[in-house]
Design a protein around this ligand. Sequence first.
Ligand SMILES: [Cu+2]
Length: 150
Amino acid sequence: MRRLLAVSFALLALAACHRQGGEKPVVADAWVRLPAVAGRPAAGYFVLKGGQTDDRLLSIDSAVVNKIEMHEEAMDGGVMTMRQMADVPLPKGADVAFAPGGKHAMLFGVDARITPGTAIPLLFTFKSGAKVEVEAKTEAAGGDMEGMHH
Ligand SMILES: [Cu+2]
């Protein structure tokens, strides 16, 4: 009996794995860099993994953040600038990275109870109707990109 149970658990795990790489987009490796000064925006990073159809990321929401915008950093005539993106294309099967120095989520008005080492729930809404919720772990400010950001 014990052996049978073990086998069915293994099969369930396999099925779950398979589904993850399947039709819906996936959000991996989400983390948030909290601001050095309270009241400044935080920056969120993650990797979007496309599902079985082309899709677009429309918005990111959180119960503990007032407003989340999607930004892209770029060099413009030697000056670091940031522009807001209305949505982000996610081709099927593709990886789109939000990482320091490039695309990022800008979190305005993070709840004061959120401290380094905790987590922020993020809800990603896609044009296909897919919704993906992840926990982004929080890290303290102080990376070398800090001075360049806002
Ligand atoms: Cu920004």
